[in-house]
Design a protein around this ligand. Structure first.
Ligand code: SME
Length: 194
């Protein structure tokens, strides 16, 4: 069996066995792209799952300079690992936030900088956690099923905000400091590629 085949077999077995620490990683087999091999503990609390996937996402995006390709893979991993209702990116283009790679139901295509949770995170450069979207003034409801939300800015090396990561849940109060910290670590891996 090829190296990729062996790695894939191990990674799948590891994920299926729900081990906290898997015996193989993308680094160990020296593979740049193997999205199928993201291994995580399906039943574990979120903090553990963040610990597991951050280095794997780092390995996945490092060395790849195409931002859209990297964001597409990150959205896919977050959707698979956490089952979020909607996870995706908005990128600054010509004075607006424009929909980028995402996973979930179709979403608003363009957001003005002074609108919504995404606009707020973009203009302040700060992470925004919204426990109940109905209580956030100006929240943009792309889907009525969305109940809580977290949005993090993505910054270039000069500190300029170039886009945001938006994660929506169909449960109230679904995001905590654990998500803010875990997603921030993922954003940092993306920022290193900018
Ligand atoms: N709710 C967001 C808009 C984007 S969607 O949720 C995908 C906002 O208020 O900015």
């Amino acid at each position: 069996m090829s190296d990729i085949g062996i790695a894939l077999t191990y990674a799948r077995a590891c994920a299926a066995s729900k081990q906290i620490i898997c015996p193989i990683s993308l680094h160990q087999v020296n593979l740049k792209v193997m999205a199928e091999a993201v291994a995580f503990s399906r039943e574990a609390e979120r903090s553990i799952r963040y610990d597991e996937i951050v280095p794997q996402i780092g390995a996945l995006v490092e060395g790849e300079t195409d931002l859209v390709a990297n964001l597409a893979n990150v959205a896919a991993v977050l959707k698979e690992v956490f089952g979020f209702f909607w996870v995706g990116f908005y990128l600054e283009k010509e004075g607006q936030l424009v929909l980028g790679p995402f996973q979930g139901p179709l979403a608003c295509t363009r957001i003005d900088f002074d609108k919504g949770v995404c606009g707020h995170a973009y203009t302040t450069g700060e992470t925004v956690v919204v426990p109940n979207v109905e209580e956030f003034p100006g929240h943009i409801a792309c889907a009525s099923a969305s109940k809580s939300e977290i949005v993090l800015p993505i910054k270039a090396a000069n500190g300029e905000v170039v886009g945001v990561l938006d994660v929506d849940s169909d449960k109230l109060n679904d995001f905590s400091g654990i998500d803010a910290e875990g997603l921030k670590r993922i954003i940092e891996r993306i920022e290193k590629t900018l």
